[in-house]
Each structure stands twice: as structure tokens, then as C-alpha cells.
Design a protein around this ligand. Structure first.
Ligand SMILES: [Zn+2]
Length: 161
């Protein structure tokens, strides 16, 4: 049986043609605004495509809709990520999103376990790459650098190998 190609599936079902279409897939509560559209189950991140065929994590897309284009770098050239104040990966409430760099705490946490990324991310990252996503797009969604994704895809999910 042929394995489901996650990316071609979401390309068909989640190309967003308008802002309204994006927000129609969001359930707003008093606090977090939860993405209810398709998500990568393993990673629990919502993903959509815009009309130019560019893949977005839904939190990044929400940030861009509300605050404008996301700069490539930030804070002396460090890669810029859209981060959550609320620790809810499916939340797209612009009040809960901010521009920042990868948290040092988070990096230290994985590093202490000898991992580059959480172990449950490794298989999904490899399958997203097989499905045709770029290193950059995957890194943007997960909030890690291009080179981290590259190392995981090349079989280096752990430090020292
Ligand atoms: Zn939130």
C-alpha cells in the first residue's frame, strides 16, 4: 500500500485563498485561538499553503496577517522565529505570538539529553523532507535552524554522530 503523502494531501485541502478562509478554521476562545484545520499529528503544528504555493506554519501565517512581513533575521543576525507566549502550538492568537530567537533554555534542555531536537520530532522531520518541504520551511515551523533540520535529515539526530 502506498504511504500517504502528507504534503500533497495538505496542498489539496489547505491552500488558503483569503484571510477569511484562514480565520474560518480558527476557534477563538477568551484566551487562545485554536487552529482547527489540518495539522501534522506527530508534530501538532498546523500547516497551510498560500496561493503562491508557500508552506506556512499557521502561527507564522497569523503573525504575518496581523503584523506584516516576518524579517529573516533578528537580534544581530540570529534567525528570527515566531514564538508562543502560551506554549500552545496550535494557538494563532496574535497577542500570544512574538518575534524572537530560539530559546536558549529549550536548546539546553535537548542538549542535556544529547539530542538536537526532541526525539519525537525526528521521524516527522524526515518524512516532511521526503515529501518535498525545504529545510528552511521545516525549521521555520518548528523554530529551529536550517542546519538543525539538515543534521536530522542526514541521520544526525544526536550530538556526537
Ligand atoms: Zn495562545
Amino acid at each position: 500500500m502506498k504511504k500517504n503523502n502528507f504534503l500533497s494531501m495538505i496542498r489539496r485541502s489547505t491552500t488558503i485563498s483569503s484571510e477569511k478562509e484562514f480565520w474560518s478554521q480558527v476557534e477563538k476562545t477568551e484566551d487562545c485561538w485554536i487552529w482547527t484545520g489540518l495539522q501534522n499529528e506527530a508534530l501538532q503544528y498546523g500547516i497551510i499553503f498560500d496561493l503562491d504555493g508557500i508552506c506556512w506554519g499557521v502561527h507564522r501565517y497569523s503573525y504575518k496577517l496581523c503584523y506584516g512581513d516576518i524579517p529573516k533575521s533578528f537580534n544581530n543576525g540570529r534567525k528570527a522565529f515566531i514564538l508562543h507566549r502560551c506554549n500552545n502550538k496550535l494557538c494563532v492568537n496574535p497577542d500570544h505570538l512574538y518575534l524572537g530567537t530560539q530559546s536558549d533554555n529549550m536548546r539546553d534542555h535537548y542538549r542535556s539529553k544529547g539530542l538536537i531536537v526532541p526525539s519525537e520530532f525526528i521521524d516527522p522531520i524526515r518524512s516532511m523532507k521526503r515529501d518535498g518541504m525545504t529545510y528552511d520551511a521545516i525549521g521555520d515551523i518548528l523554530g529551529v535552524s536550517y542546519s538543525t533540520i539538515f543534521r536530522v535529515v542526514k541521520g544526525k539526530g544526536m550530538y556526537g554522530n
